[in-house]
Write a protein that binds this ligand. Structure first.
Ligand SMILES: [Zn+2]
Length: 473
C-alpha cells in the first residue's frame, strides 16, 4: 500500500514512534514500536503497523500523548472554531499558529449535533486527529456549546470537554420590561428563592440606595429597575447555578471553563442587568470564565454586523467594564464574519475576550467545493434556494432568496463569488443540515480529496478574524 506521511505528525514518545499517514484518501495511524492496545490492524509494512482512526484508537493515543487531551484555557484570549464536518481542524491550526490565542478546536452545540448526526465524542475525536496531524502542542480546548438542560451534560463530560457553555435563554422573561408593577411583584415573589439562596427583602437590601462604581461606569438600580432585572433574569441565574453545580459534580472537582450565554434571547442585555447577573453568580460561588450578553444590533449567521457601529462600541465598552470587574472574559457569539466588530471588541475587552464561530468553516468548505467540484456546488446551491424558506425557521437571518442567483446564471468561475454575497451566504449557511443530509458523502469525499485547498481557504479566512486579537509582544 502506497502511503504518504504527514511529517508534522511524526513523534517519538517512550520509545514508540507515531505518525498519521494517508493512503489514497483514507487516513491511518502508523505505530512503530509498542502497538499493544490499538485495535483492528489495517495493514503492516516492515516494522510499521497501521490502524484506522476510530474512537478506540483515538482513546488509546490520547492516553499515551497527553497533549492530545483538551484542557481548560482560563482567562487567556480565546477563539472557538466550530467544525460541523469534522475536517476543518488542520485549516484552523494553520491560521492559529503563532497567534497566542487559545484555540477551541472542538466546539459543537447540542442543536448542531442533532442536525449533523454527530456525537460529542466524534466531534472531539475529529479535532484530536487534526491536532495530531499538524503536530500542534499548545493547549487546546473543547466547548460543549449551548447546553440547556442537566441531561445535556453527561456525554460531553464523558468525551473530555473542558469548556461548558450554558444557555439559560429559556428562563429569560422577555415580558419583564413591559409588565405592570403588580405583575412584576407577583413574578418576583414566585422566583426560585431557595435555589438562589436569597429572599426579595435581602436582595433589595443588597442593591437599592447605593452606587456600584466600576472605574468610570456607575451603576444604580431603582426598585423598579431591580424588579425588572430579577424578573427578566432571576430564573436564568438560578438555572446557571444548577448547571454549574451539576458540571462541577460530574467533573469531580477537575478544572473547567464555564460560560453563561444569553446571546440568543430576544432583548439586549442592559448594563445594570449584566451587573446584577454577574454579581449574583459570584455570590452563589459560580466561577465564571466568560459571559455572552445579548449585545445591541443584529448578529446574524455568517455575515457582518447589522446596526450602528458607534452605538455598539459604547455598548461593548460598558459590558467589557463589567466583565473586567468580575474578572471574566466577555464572549461574542455568532462571531463568524463580524469583521467590523472585532477591532471594537478587542479594544473594549483589552483582549479579555472569547469569540465563537461555527458556520463560517462550513461556508469556506462550500467555497472550496465551488472551486474544485462545481457540479456538486451547483446541486447544493439549487437545493439551498429551495429549502431556505423552511430551514431558516430556527435562525435569525434576513436574507432574501430572490437575490441569490441560480446556478444556471453562473459560470464555473463565478460560483465561488456567491460566498462573498450577503444573501447567498445566509441561504447556504442555514441550509447546512439539508445539504449534509442529501450530499454529505460527496461533500466529505470532495474535501478529503482536496484537503490542502480546504485548509488554505480556512487559513486565509480565519487570519482575518484573528488579526485584531493578536497581541504585539
Ligand atoms: Zn450563541
Amino acid at each position: 500500500m502506497e502511503t504518504i506521511e504527514y511529517l508534522d505528525s511524526r513523534v517519538e514518545h517512550s520509545g514508540t514512534t507515531y505518525s498519521l499517514v494517508r493512503a489514497d484518501t483514507e487516513k491511518f495511524l502508523c505505530v512503530r514500536g509498542d502497538a499493544e492496545g490499538f485495535a483492528k490492524l489495517a495493514f503492516q509494512q516492515d516494522d510499521a503497523k497501521y490502524f484506522p482512526l476510530n474512537a478506540h484508537n483515538a482513546a488509546e493515543l490520547r492516553k499515551r500523548l497527553e497533549w492530545l487531551n483538551a484542557k481548560p484555557c482560563g482567562l487567556q484570549t480565546s477563539f472557538g472554531y466550530g467544525d460541523r464536518l469534522g475536517l476543518a481542524t488542520p485549516g484552523h491550526i494553520q491560521a492559529a499558529r503563532g497567534k497566542n490565542i487559545a484555540a477551541l478546536f472542538a466546539q459543537q452545540s447540542v442543536r448542531e449535533n442533532a442536525r449533523t448526526g454527530r456525537t460529542p465524542q466524534q466531534v472531539m475525536d475529529d479535532a484530536m486527529w487534526g491536532v495530531f496531524q499538524c503536530g500542534w502542542r499548545d493547549a487546546w480546548g473543547a466547548d460543549a456549546d449551548h447546553l440547556k438542560t442537566t441531561q445535556d451534560i453527561a456525554p460531553f463530560i464523558a468525551a473530555g470537554y473542558t469548556f461548558f457553555t450554558v444557555d439559560p435563554g429559556e428562563f429569560v422573561d422577555n415580558d419583564a420590561p413591559t409588565d405592570s408593577r403588580a405583575t412584576l411583584e407577583q413574578k418576583a415573589n414566585a422566583l426560585p428563592w431557595d435555589v438562589l439562596n436569597d429572599s426579595l427583602e435581602n436582595l433589595r437590601a443588597r442593591y437599592l440606595n447605593q452606587t456600584f462604581a466600576l472605574d468610570d461606569l456607575q451603576i444604580q438600580l431603582t426598585d423598579e429597575s431591580l424588579l425588572r432585572a430579577i424578573v427578566k433574569y432571576g430564573r436564568a441565574v438560578a438555572h446557571a447555578v444548577t448547571m454549574f453545580q451539576e458540571i462541577a459534580r460530574q467533573k469531580n472537582n477537575a478544572a473547567f471553563d464555564f460560560e453563561v450565554s444569553v446571546d440568543e434571547t430576544e432583548l439586549p442585555t442592559d448594563i445594570a442587568e449584566h451587573f446584577y447577573f454577574a454579581n449574583e453568580l459570584q455570590r452563589l460561588n459560580v466561577r465564571v470564565t466568560s459571559l455572552a450578553p445579548r449585545f445591541i444590533g443584529r448578529f446574524e449567521k455568517g455575515v457582518d454586523y447589522i446596526g450602528d457601529l458607534d452605538a455598539l462600541a459604547e455598548n461593548l465598552n460598558q459590558h467589557a467594564r463589567i466583565a473586567r470587574h468580575f474578572n471574566y472574559k466577555l464572549s461574542l457569539h455568532s462571531g463568524s464574519d463580524k469583521l467590523s466588530v472585532y477591532p471594537l471588541f478587542a479594544s473594549a475587552t483589552q483582549n479579555l475576550a472569547h469569540v465563537k464561530t461555527a458556520g463560517t468553516s462550513y461556508l469556506e468548505a462550500l467555497r472550496t467545493i465551488a472551486n474544485v467540484n462545481p457540479k456538486l456546488f451547483r446541486e447544493i446551491l439549487t437545493q439551498a434556494r429551495e429549502r431556505y424558506p423552511l430551514d431558516r425557521a430556527t435562525y435569525h437571518v434576513s436574507a432574501d432568496v430572490e437575490r441569490v442567483r441560480a446556478e444556471s446564471e453562473l459560470s464555473d468561475a463565478q460560483l465561488s463569488e456567491l460566498l462573498n454575497e450577503f444573501d447567498a451566504r445566509e441561504v447556504l449557511h442555514v441550509t447546512f443540515g439539508s445539504a449534509l443530509h442529501e450530499f454529505g458523502n460527496r461533500i466529505h469525499a470532495t474535501l478529503r480529496a482536496h484537503e490542502n485547498e480546504y485548509a488554505d481557504t480556512l487559513q486565509k479566512h480565519f487570519e482575518k478574524h484573528l488579526a485584531p486579537f493578536t497581541k504585539s509582544a
